[in-house]
Every structure is written in structure tokens, then in C-alpha cells.
Design a protein around this ligand. Structure first.
Ligand SMILES: NC(=O)c1ccc[n+]([C@@H]2O[C@H](COP(=O)([O-])OP(=O)(O)OC[C@H]3O[C@@H](n4cnc5c(N)ncnc54)[C@H](OP(=O)(O)O)[C@@H]3O)[C@@H](O)[C@H]2O)c1
Length: 226
């Protein structure tokens, strides 16, 4: 058995229970990770609240958690990319989550070596928001050098990664944020900063190639910046 934070039933704002769960089973192409840090993502709270029951039908009791950094302590017989002692980080695939625990098994294709420049806590904050930003900007929008991109909610988990990724790709970045986080998004590289408490982005911006919106329908409807 191992210690874990367990969801016993779907309920808004309910606390997870700290208790015992069976150690996960290692498949041939899995890596067993001793968990040093786990990221807390909006998706975890939405699953806990029951908002994802139709899309991700996890049956309680189960262990929540989508982001992990830790050390490889066992490998399956077909694992080729990792060895014992490797420091890794990952977003386990849907159906195999559970990073709020002592151990997790992750398919090796869902895992990467942790950059040496990052601590465990820093690394555990990246996978899910990083993959979201990558899927949106690189795979869907195919953002190119020289393009202009509007990233809403630049101070959030997705936004902070998206600003840095868009700058890395050579885009000009505008972002929306509250007054308290203006300096944060500036430090991440944002070129144009809209304080949504004081300005309407659609009155300030025009000619944008791409918009990454995580704020919901009303903001999505407002396309005048493009
Ligand atoms: N996290 C993920 O990996 C992921 C993946 C897929 C989809 N999503 C979805 O994306 C959304 C954001 O996720 P997240 O993890 O980035 O959330 P988060 O870390 O909680 O950040 C949300 C941000 O929204 C900002 N915000 C609130 N009202 C705003 C407004 N009117 N204009 C601009 N910014 C505003 C807040 O910034 P201020 O404090 O500066 O107001 C806050 O930093 C959620 O709906 C989530 O379901 C997230």
C-alpha cells in the first residue's frame, strides 16, 4: 500500500482524504516513479467537482493529480528510454492519473527527463499547462515567427507557459491580466499588456493572427482584435 490523496465521491469544494491506496501495477512499457512533487491543476478541481464525469468517467475512490516530477525506481521489461534513478516529469494519460500519491506508473511515451535546471517543484508545475499551450499554439494555430498572438489570462497556468512559448517561437505577444500581475507577465516577455481591470482589449488591439482564449464564451465571441 502507499499513501495518497483520495477522492471518495464527486462533490464541489470537498476535501480529498489522505489514506492508503494499493501501489500501482507496472506494465511492460511503464516506469514506476517515486513522486517528489505534484502540480495542482484546474482540471483536478473540476474533476473533483464532478464537472468532467461524462468525459472522464473515473469511478471513486481514486487518486487525483495530473502533473508529476520524481525519480524512476522501477522500469517495465520493454522500457528503453529511462533507467533507474532518472529524474523525470510527466502528465500521465487520461485514465491513469493519480499524482497526489507516493508512487505512480506512467507509460514511458508520456514521460520526459526533467531538465537539470529545474527543481522538482518547478518541473511538476509544467506538464499539463505546457502541453495545453503547445497544442493550442503549435499544433492547432501553427503560430509562426513574426505573427501577432493575443493570449488571454496571461498570469494563469496556461497563460504563463503560452507567453513564453509564443516568444520562443518569435511571435509578438499581447496578453490580458489584472493590475496585480502586470509585472509578472512583463517578466515573462509579453510585448503588449492589457490590464483588463482598466482597459477593454478589443478597443486596444487589432490585426492579430491568433487568439488563445481560456476565459469562456463571451470573450471568444469578441473577435474585433483579429
Ligand atoms: N490548466 C490547464 O492545463 C488547462 C488545460 C486545458 C484547459 N484549461 C482551461 O483554461 C482555463 C485557465 O486555466 P489555468 O490553469 O490557466 O487557470 P488559472 O491558473 O486559474 O488562471 C486563470 C487566470 O485567469 C485570469 N483572469 C481572470 N479573469 C480574467 C479576465 N477577465 N481577463 C484576463 N484574465 C483573467 C486570472 O488572472 P488575474 O489574477 O491576473 O486576474 C488567472 O491568472 C480554465 O478554464 C481551464 O479549464 C486549462
Amino acid at each position: 500500500m502507499m499513501k495518497a490523496f483520495i477522492l471518495d465521491r464527486y462533490k464541489k469544494k470537498d476535501a480529498l482524504r489522505f489514506g492508503d491506496m494499493p501501489e500501482p501495477t507496472l506494465r511492460d512499457d511503464d516506469v514506476l516513479v517515486e513522486i517528489h512533487a505534484a502540480g495542482l491543476n484546474v482540471l483536478d478541481s473540476k474533476i473533483r467537482d464532478g464537472e468532467f464525469k461524462l468525459i472522464l468517467p473515473y469511478r471513486p475512490p481514486f487518486t487525483l493529480g495530473h502533473d508529476v516530477a520524481g525519480t524512476v525506481v522501477r522500469i517495465g521489461s520493454k522500457v528503453r528510454r529511462f533507467k533507474l534513478g532518472d529524474e523525470v516529469y510527466a502528465r500521465p494519460r487520461d485514465g491513469r492519473i493519480g499524482t497526489f500519491a507516493e508512487y505512480i506508473t506512467v507509460n514511458e511515451v508520456d514521460m520526459a527527463l526533467k531538465p537539470k535546471t529545474l527543481g522538482m517543484e518547478e518541473a511538476a508545475s509544467i506538464p499539463l499547462v505546457g502541453l495545453t499551450a503547445w497544442q493550442a499554439l503549435v499544433e492547432l494555430a501553427e503560430l509562426k515567427k513574426g505573427q501577432k498572438v493575443l493570449i488571454h489570462a496571461g498570469s494563469g497556468g496556461v497563460g504563463t507557459l503560452a507567453i513564453q512559448l509564443a516568444k520562443h517561437l518569435g511571435a509578438t505577444v499581447a496578453t490580458t491580466t489584472s493590475t496585480a500581475n502586470v509585472e509578472l507577465v512583463r517578466s515573462l516577455g509579453a510585448d503588449v499588456i492589457i490590464d483588463y481591470k482598466k482597459q477593454d482589449f478589443e478597443k486596444v488591439l487589432s490585426g492579430y493572427d491568433v487568439a488563445l482564449n481560456s476565459l469562456g464564451g463571451d470573450t471568444l465571441q469578441n473577435r474585433s482584435a483579429c
